[in-house]
Design a protein around this ligand. Structure first.
Ligand code: ATP
Ligand code: MG
Length: 1111
């Protein structure tokens, strides 16, 4: 086998035959010798086809360094010496590149190196897969789960210092790139009986010793522990505490680091240690016998300190814990009664509790780890599963646990047989390939003996457990003897065929496993299968104040009434093993068959007998024979053709004919000899792996070539497209640029022209401006000269005039002086006599003149209402008053002359109103400045009015407005339209414009008003003459804003018609004639709280009284 050039030294010295299929002669001796030779040269791995046989070296070999991993990375399995890395790589690449889920099944007896092999696989996968913060975190968590689970689930046994006491199947999940993104761990039945007792020379689970050796004094103190394992009943009985190959203290630190890396919270970690401490403490609780007065057995605890320590650790009252440990509740006739445990019973219950706490804690740990390592985001994953389950075990005394462990190993052997021996041989026959059958031992018969429904040992055990009454391990054995007596793999002292076999005790049965006979003591089978815990104990645990312990004992919740029996330990295990088998069968299997070289764990020693035994029961020789006679590789035709179609021109890129024909072209093309290939019914078989690798190599090369070709064409296309795009772009860019450049040039020229134009115009304009400025300067100069000349002339003239004026003044002065002189000369003799009165008169006249001139200059305006008059000296006050009167009259006359006829009529009306109401009616003054409008509703133009006018022949509409008419009977007020015409008063319905009645104006006899604020008037009518219907109802009262105007106008109309003014009575009372009744109408002022009616007026009629009140 060609060794890769760069292989490391350890890989170079290949001795013996690395693939046992190539052995010659192919005998058991040759195979063992080959193993031994290789083993001596530290070559512990040997292939049988693709199965790795691993012999435990019991020493550290330099086989697992990162360099070695790099060497095996992405290499074909036969290129380098056999190694777990090689099949790990094969499985990893097959998963990543072909999308096939993988599983690695590691089998072998206890101490053969399964757990180590599983770690080697994980180490390889961690190194070859991708890198990155998140990926490294996942890898680290997956790797760190090993020390944690080993601490809690492994123990030193006689066969292995680090024996797995639980089964573990770990699925590592990868993303499409092959990077690990999470995982799931499934655990199988922990050997919990080890918690309470161990075979001499064995130890309890590692964690107990690790905690005591590794915890610092503070932690130990808080857990109430001493550091000496000898102090604890669960650790000091087997006589083995220290193991040379194990450093408990260092491992304890590794466990703590591991838990932190995985993501356990600090308080979770301390809770876990509290439970471990509690188990140790509980193991020290001792019971002493007590006889109860009723004759029954009871017990007391003689180590109260331990109980109170546990109670403190778990957070429950010591009293309750004591009670749960020494008594139990039983139901007698539906009544709950507490009965005492005997000393043995209490010890049994205590152990059961410790085992339950520990095994549940272990399951919780696995769940918690799963929680941390699970894939965080939902996505499609590829899986590689690694199965490391407890190996086949034979001890001096074997119990229920060994029975379960060995059953599991039988199942694994079964899978191996199914897939490598049975299925493979059957496939050759199915595919009509020439085949000589290879005989092998099929252990299905033993699996059936154990697990078959209804008749298998597990079913019989369950049946016994369910039977009521006195069921013991002995009755179970009897049942087995009865049902299995004829089975060739079952032996018991009670059976005739084994009666003389003294090696077989009476309380045991023996099974002939594929790996050898094992004698099982039936002691404890029933109890362990039942796996029940007294309800008092689970309730006591649930009642604790400790978060974790409460979680572990959910059935202790008193509100949980379910009395349904939980499935037995055996049936649970059977179900989970069957699920595991199904899972393994659904994946592509890879095998590592571990072999133990000696029973003393010694390095470099290979005991041929021991190895021979394992080689036999593992069926390795049969495996070699089948592999040798058979074919290394097979594949469905279509798939094969699809994978290698590029290796022949005829089949590339596609082949439409029969797949076998296509494949024949490929084979011929590659020059593969005929005996290398066999054509089955649906598959092609290739004998030698080398042929396949050659094909793969060719494929890779061809793929490389094709990829380059595709790349070439693709790049050419991309480049061409890019070129065309560039060309198109270049045309666009250059056209745009030219356009832009032309535009720019044009703008520049335009700009330059404008500049030139501007310059020229500016030059011209400047020239014109200079011309204009010159002319203007000339003009200004001329004007200036003119001004100067005129100034000279004017000053000359002024001087002349001034001179003339001075001369005139001088003449006047001289004349005055002369005249004065003359007068004085003439009047000198008369002057003294008449001078006084003359001067006085002169002054008086001057004052009068001044007064009159002042009045003339300060006369007031011509408005008759303007009261201003200039002030006068006291002595002319009378004259001033008279002058004012005269002036007023004069301007009044002037004003009157300017008035139109209409204005005069209006003023006459106002004058009449003044005569009638001035100083009589309070509201009169406010009516004075408001002009009398008369037709407030513009009725004169209204068609309906015109119609009424034509019917009644009214000549002139004097007044029209809505008025309030007071009902004569009850004083209620309604609105009506009142029209005063020159001939009559008309009352009209304002809504319908229907004339209600018409009163000729001459019938108005008198009109009465109050002197107060109200705006009401009582119209008194003359007594009706015969036939005068309109006046029958009598006098009426109306109210309106313009009552002064109405009364004035009505009175004037009456005077015009009759030449007599009607009587206008203003007073607080009047007599009204309402119909035939004479009523006294009184006006009352100052009534409080009045708000209704017309302008706050309230009218009330009481018989012959009508009271009109106003506020
Ligand atoms: N490849 C190896 N190189 C060095 N030592 C090994 C190797 N494989 C196994 N050993 C040693 O053998 C011991 C037992 O191996 P391991 O625990 O893997 O056995 P196992 O098959 O898992 O046994 P069990 O079924 O009891 O769990 C290890 O503790 C280690 O000392
Ligand atoms: Mg193991």
């Amino acid at each position: 086998m060609a060794l890769h050039q760069g292989a490391l030294a350890i890989l170079e010295n290949n001795v013996g035959v690395s693939d046992a299929v190539l052995l010659d002669p192919m005998t058991e001796e040759a195979f063992l010798e080959n193993l031994q030779t290789r083993f001596k040269h530290n070559q512990i791995y040997t292939y049988i086809g693709t199965v790795v046989v691993s012999v435990n070296p019991y020493q550290n070999l330099p086989l697992y360094t990162p360099d070695v991993i790099d060497e095996y990375r992405s290499r074909n399995i036969y290129e380098l010496p056999p190694h777990i890395y090689a099949i790990s790589d094969e499985a990893y690449r097959s998963m990543r590149d072909r999308n096939l889920d993988q599983c690695v099944i590691i089998s072998g007896e206890s101490g053969a190196g399964k757990t180590e092999a599983s770690k080697v696989i994980m180490q390889y996968v961690a190194q070859v897969s991708g890198k990155g913060r998140e990926i490294d975190r996942v890898k680290e968590q997956l790797l760190q789960s090993n020390p944690v689970l080993e601490a809690f689930g492994n123990a030193k046994t006689l066969r292995n210092d680090n024996s797995s006491r639980f089964g573990k199947y770990m699925d590592i999940e990868f993303d499409f790139k092959g990077d690990p993104i999470g995982g799931v761990i499934t655990n199988y039945l922990l050997e919990k009986s080890r918690v309470a007792s161990q075979t001499p020379g064995e130890r309890n689970f590692h964690i107990f010793y690790q905690l005591l050796a590794g915890a610092d004094s503070t932690l130990l103190e808080s857990l109430k522990l001493s550091s000496k394992p000898d102090d604890y009943g669960f650790l000091n009985k087997s006589g083995c505490i220290k193991v040379d190959t194990i450093d408990d203290a260092a491992n304890f630190n590794a466990v703590k680091v591991g838990m932190e890396v995985i993501g356990f919270y600090r308080d979770e970690i301390s809770q876990v240690f509290q439970l471990i401490a509690s188990v140790l403490k509980l193991g020290n609780v001792k019971f002493v016998h007590r006889s109860n007065p009723d004759g029954t057995d009871g017990c007391d605890i003689n180590s109260g300190q331990e109980v109170s320590d546990v109670a403190q650790l778990l957070g429950c009252p010591a009293k309750d814990l004591t009670s749960a440990l020494t008594q139990r509740t039983v139901e007698v006739k539906r009544e709950k009664v507490k009965t005492d445990f005997s000393e043995e019973g209490a010890t049994y219950a205590r152990d059961a509790l410790c085992k339950a706490i520990y095994s549940r804690l272990f399951s919780w740990l696995v769940e918690r780890i799963n929680d941390s390592i699970k894939v965080k985001h939902e996505q499609k994953t590829k899986v590689m599963g690694v199965l490391d389950i407890y190996g086949f075990e034979v001890f001096k005394t074997n119990n229920f646990e060994q029975f379960i462990i060995n059953y599991c190993n039988e199942k694994l052997q079964q899978i191996f047989i199914e897939l490598t021996l049975k299925e493979e041989q059957e496939e050759y026959i199915r595919e009509s390939i020439e085949w000589i059958h290879v005989d092998y031992f099929n252990n299905a018969v033993i699996c059936d003996l154990i697990e078959k429904n209804n008749v298998g040992i597990l079913a019989l055990l369950d049946e016994q457990c369910l039977l009521p009454g006195n069921v013991t391990d002995k009755t179970f054995l009897e049942k087995l003897n009865q049902k299995c007596k004829d089975h060739p793999h079952y032996e018991s002292r009670a059976l005739r065929k084994n009666q003389s076999d003294r090696t077989l005790p009476h309380d045991a049965f023996r099974l002939k496993h594929y790996a050898g006979s094992v004698t099982y003591k039936v002691d404890g089978f029933i109890d362990k299968n039942n796996d029940l815990l007294y309800r008092d104990l689970s309730q006591a645990m649930y009642a604790c104040n400790h978060k974790l312990i409460r979680k572990l004992f959910p059935e202790g919740n008193p509100s949980q009434k379910s009395l349904k029996r939980p499935p037995t330990a055996g049936s649970q295990f059977k179900v989970s093993v069957q699920a595991l088998m199904k899972n393994l069968l659904s994946k592509n299997p890879n095998y590592i068959r571990c072999v133990k070289p000696n029973d003393d764990k010694s390095a470099g020693v290979l005991d041929l007998d021991i190895v021979k035994h394992q080689v036999r029961y593992l069926g390795l020789m049969e495996n070699i024979r089948v592999k040798r006679a058979g074919y290394a590789f097979r594949q469905v035709y279509a798939q094969f053709l699809y994978r290698y179609k590029m290796l022949a021109d005829e089949t590339w890129p596609s082949w439409s004919g029969d797949a076998v024909e296509g494949i024949k072209y490929i084979i011929a093309n590659q020059g593969i000899p005929d005996d290398e290939i066999a054509f089955g019914k649906s598959k092609i078989f290739i004998r030698n792996p080398k042929t396949l690798f050659d094909l793969e190599g060719q494929r890779r090369e061809r793929m490389h070539f094709l990829a380059t070709l595709i790349q070439k064409v693709w790049r050419g296309r991309v480049k061409r497209q890019h070129f065309l795009l560039m060309k198109r772009s270049q045309v666009i860019i250059s056209s745009r640029f030219r356009g832009y450049w032309g535009q720019k040039q044009y703008k520049r020229k335009k700009q330059a022209t404008l500049v030139l134009q501007c310059g020229t115009r500016r030059w011209k304009a400047r020239k014109v401006l200079a011309e204009l400025k010159y002319q203007r300067r000339l003009l200004l100069a001329a004007i200036f000269c003119q001004k100067l000349r005129r100034g000279v002339q004017a000053r000359k003239l002024l001087a002349e005039l001034k001179l003339q004026k001075r001369m005139e003044w001088a003449v006047t002065v001289i004349h005055k002086y002369y005249m004065g002189w003359k007068v004085r000369k003439n009047y000198k003799p008369k002057f003294r006599r008449i001078a006084g009165p003359k001067v006085a008169r002169f002054f008086v006249t001057a004052l009068k003149r001044k007064f009159l001139f002042d009045v003339r200059d300060n006369l007031p305006s011509l408005s008759p209402v303007d009261n201003k008059w200039p002030t006068s000296p006291k002595m002319y006050k009378d004259a001033s008053d008279q002058l004012q009167v005269l002036h007023h009259r004069w301007r009044c006359r002037k004003y009157r002359k300017k008035l139109s006829e209409f204005q005069k009529y209006t003023l006459r009306e106002k004058l009449t109103a003044s005569a009638l109401f001035k100083d009589k009616k309070v509201i009169y003054p406010e009516s004075v400045p408001i002009p009398f409008k008369g037709d407030y509703l513009d009725l004169r133009g209204d068609l309906k009015w015109k119609k009424i006018q034509s019917i009644t022949s009214e000549i002139n509409l004097v007044f029209a407005d809505l008025v309030y008419k007071v009902n004569r009977n009850d004083g209620k007020i309604v609105q009506q339209l009142l029209v005063v015409s020159s001939q009559a008063l008309l009352v009209i319905d304002h809504k319908t414009m229907i004339l209600k009645y018409r009163i000729p104006i001459e019938y108005i006899d008198k009109i009465s008003l109050s002197p107060y604020q109200d705006k009401l008037a009582v119209f008194h009518l003359k007594k009706p003459q015969n036939g005068d219907n309109f006046a029958k109802k009598g006098d009426f009262i109306i109210g309106n804003e313009h009552i002064i105007e109405i009364v004035t106008k009505a009175a004037l109309c009456v005077r015009n018609q009759t030449n007599n003014m009607p009587e206008i009575h203003v007073g607080p009372q009047c007599n009204g004639q309402f119909g035939n009744t004479s009523v006294q109408v009184s006006f009352q002022q100052g009534v409080k709280g009045l708000e209704t009616g017309l302008a706050g007026v309230k009218v009330t009629r009481k018989k012959k009284m009508m009271l009109i009140s106003e506020p």
